[in-house]
Design a protein. Structure first.
Length: 154
């Protein structure tokens, strides 16, 4: 079954947000919905597609806050940049989990980083879907996330 474009955009934006915030933790950073949107677009995207991609990413970031995965200041810059964004203890616990004794040194966050190594545009829709699904439903079933990262997310 094909991943609907809106869910694919949500999944890829979510992976980028978690990766950026984990890399910066504990220091809050500014999250630009427009920058994240541009990072998720295919290289041949039209101007209209580029412009229209910002709104879904904006609402993805809002959703992550409402669900308790991230926090940010009350104000935005230019309506698309969330100030002082940071992971919550809930998401940090999910990302910091380590796999079974087979690979105790690799965290979920490191696996997501491996999945994004070639850039989010190289991550397959199904791989992004499964990685986000695993984070939200199972706290990161590490064997599955590891398999996704090992296969380059295709």
């Amino acid at each position: 079954m094909s991943v609907p474009p809106n869910i694919d955009r949500f999944n890829k934006a979510t992976l980028l947000v978690f990766d950026k915030l984990y890399q910066a933790f504990p220091i809050p950073i500014d999250l630009s919905a427009s920058k994240i949107a541009m990072d998720t677009l295919p290289p041949d995207a039209t101007f209209d597609e580029s412009f229209q991609s910002i709104e879904p990413v904006y609402y993805t970031i809002e959703f992550l806050r409402k669900e308790g995965f991230i926090e940010y200041g009350e104000h935005t810059v230019d309506g698309t940049t969330f100030l002082r964004a940071r992971l919550t203890s809930r998401s940090l616990a999910l990302l910091g989990q380590t796999p079974s004794a087979l690979e105790p040194q690799v965290t979920v966050a490191e696996r997501i980083g491996g999945l994004l190594k070639g850039g989010v545009k190289q991550v397959g829709s199904e791989a992004a879907k499964k990685a986000v699904e695993l984070l939200f439903t199972h706290g990161g079933s590490l064997a599955a996330v590891a398999a996704l990262a090992a296969h380059g997310g295709s």
